[in-house]
Design a protein around this ligand. Structure first.
Ligand code: MTE
Ligand code: MO
Length: 303
């Protein structure tokens, strides 16, 4: 069970956050675990990737400042337009280089893999960042259960393609459906999660209901939304932003302050809700946990 140390609720973090923390205590904390957390709020008490000094981005910002081009290009478009998405009924197909291909109804998936909470920083390639309490489960649990063959080396993810539900797909701004990919060892890393909710609530449509990825050491666009297909492959799969502008977006897209975007610097970021920009950290601050995945690679070449 993941236990967060209790923390002060600032008056600025009104209702939603207060509800959230109360719910956390209700859901997660036995008296003993809570006492232990109070007695020894060590970093190791936190779930992987949680950062004790990071203030949560308010729920209203997390759900109204979004990138989801299927619903428009402005940050405010997804929260206004994504009501046309129908996250039920929904199935996810898992296929390719696995011994147990299957199509799973989303609610069966949620029963199979009960969600826990992970607080992750999300760093958008555009230069802003948020701190979000996700609900979800480790992608590696699903991948292990479907038994990858010895040929599987990559995992490709596909968003729903349905212009009726996703009106932005009527425009040619990107090649639809949105696709993303990870190397299999990246996908098996315990920090990579499939997200089903945030702030203890079901995932809002604009954040990628009913199932999206969160890969916290990579730029936000790797965290593909509203997933309908997961396919294990031998070859490196295409990814939407790499197809759109290969010189700007590589396959790896690890957060890296030393590799500038051709049109702007990646050295700093604006945490939503803060005035001053802060330095961007290599691997978005998760280097202790993920750097070994890239030993021997030149991250300026494989950007
Ligand atoms: N299908 C799909 N997934 C997507 C996107 C998108 O446009 N379509 N945008 C990406 C980008 S650029 C970012 S920064 C994150 C934003 O996630 P959030 O809106 O939940 O913060 O979603 C990513 N996943
Ligand atoms: Mo992004």
């Amino acid at each position: 069970m993941l236990i967060l140390p209790p923390r002060d609720i600032r008056s600025s973090e009104i209702t939603d956050e207060a509800l959230f923390w109360n719910r956390r205590r209700f859901l997660g904390a036995t008296a003993g675990a809570l006492a232990a957390a109070v007695a020894a709020p060590l970093p190791s008490m936190w779930p992987p990737g949680a950062a004790s000094d990071d203030k949560l981005t308010p729920y209203d910002d997390v759900t109204t400042y979004n990138n989801f081009y299927e619903f428009g290009l402005d940050k405010s478009d997804p929260s206004r337009n994504a009501h046309t998405l129908r996250p039920r009924p929904w199935t996810v197909s898992i296929e390719g280089e696995i011994h147990k291909p299957q199509t799973i109804a989303i609610d069966d998936l949620l029963r199979r893999y009960p969600s826990v909470e992970r607080v992750y920083r999300l760093r958008c390639v555009e230069g802003w960042s948020m701190v979000i309490p996700w609900m979800g489960f480790e992608l590696n649990r699903l991948l292990s259960d479907v038994q990858p063959t010895s040929h599987a080396r990559f995992v490709s993810f596909t968003t729903l393609h349905d212009p009726e539900q996703m009106p932005g797909q009527r425009s040619g701004v990107l090649a639809w459906p949105y696709v993303e990919g990870l190397r299999l060892d990246e996908a098996m890393h315990p920090l990579a999660i499939l997200v089903t909710g945030l702030y203890g609530k079901p995932l809002p449509n604009q954040n990628g209901a009913p199932l999206r990825l969160a890969v916290p050491w990579k730029y936000g666009f790797k965290s593909i939304k509203s997933i309908v297909r997961i396919r294990l492959t031998r070859a490196q799969p295409p990814t939407t932003w790499n197809l759109a502008a290969p010189n700007e977006y590589g396959f790896y897209s690890n957060v890296n302050p030393d590799v500038d975007h051709p049109r702007w610097s990646q050295k700093r970021e604006r945490r939503i809700g803060e005035l001053l920009r802060r330095p961007t950290i290599l691997f978005n601050g998760y280097g202790d946990q993920v750097a070994s995945l890239y030993s021997g690679m030149d991250l300026r070449v494989d950007f």
